[in-house]
Design a protein around this ligand. Structure first.
Ligand SMILES: CC(C)(COP(=O)(O)OP(=O)(O)OC[C@H]1O[C@@H](n2cnc3c(N)ncnc32)[C@H](O)[C@@H]1OP(=O)(O)O)[C@@H](O)C(=O)NCCC(=O)NCCS
Length: 196
């Protein structure tokens, strides 16, 4: 069975992280959960500084504190996915965006990897005492909302979002402790280590 873990981005993965983003462009895929890495392809070190600022930030109406992780597959030490976890929400994020954005690289999709990504993300939320995670997904992105549903997400609202996505958006809530309790039998065996 494949095993996974989160890694805090460092200079060690510079080339690989840039290649991760380039793969999204190659496959013309939406990019999410990267902490803005796609805007720093020629300034990776600047992105690492930005992640530190993200982490230390005091929440305000414009920005909130957040952590970004690489999802690493142990067997080949490869970046498989990324996740951006907002540790607090402002009014804007409560309405759109929620706590978590994520992605799996295009060549590794459809293997259930985003479910382990979200499970690990919920473990981070538990660590930061976030009891209820709010998430949303475009209705035409079933791989995203089915991930949430697989982890016990409850679809609390569906609406046409005129401001941001300009499409139908599904809002979800996940009870963090309950989700971890109900899914630990599946996912704990897939975790290599939990070093947050
Ligand atoms: C959304 C994304 C992270 C899903 O990653 P993934 O590793 O392919 O997802 P998984 O394989 O873990 O599948 C999760 C669920 O979605 C389903 N699924 C996967 N791909 C699907 C597809 N193309 N169409 C419909 N359902 C799909 C799976 O069957 C699974 O549901 P199940 O447990 O009920 O069977 C990936 O498509 C991605 O990175 N997209 C671009 C970024 C993005 O849109 N992020 C979400 C917005 S923040």
């Amino acid at each position: 069975m494949e095993k996974f873990y989160y890694e805090i981005p460092s200079i060690n993965r510079k080339e690989e992280a840039i290649a991760y983003i380039k793969e999204f462009y190659e496959f013309k895929s939406d990019i999410h959960g990267t902490g803005g890495l796609q805007r720093f392809l020629d300034n990776y070190e600047g992105w690492l500084d930005k992640l530190q600022e993200d982490y230390k930030r005091i929440a305000n109406e414009e920005k909130v504190p957040a952590r970004t992780y690489f999802l690493i597959r142990s067997s080949d030490n490869r970046i498989i996915g990324m996740i951006n976890i907002r540790l607090a929400l402002n009014e804007k994020l409560k309405k759109f965006g929620g706590h978590i954005g994520y992605s799996i690289r295009p060549t590794e999709r459809g293997k259930g990897y985003n479910k382990i990504n979200l499970y690990l993300g919920l473990k981070v939320c538990q660590e930061y005492k976030i009891d209820k995670v709010l998430m949303d997904a475009d209705k035409d992105n079933p791989a995203s909302w089915k991930t949430m549903e697989a982890l016990g997400g409850v679809n609390v609202r569906e609406f046409f979002d005129e401001e941001n996505s300009h499409c139908i958006v599904k809002d979800y809530e996940i009870n963090v402790n309950e989700s971890i309790k109900n899914n630990s039998n599946i996912y704990e065996q897939m975790i290599e280590q939990l070093d947050l």
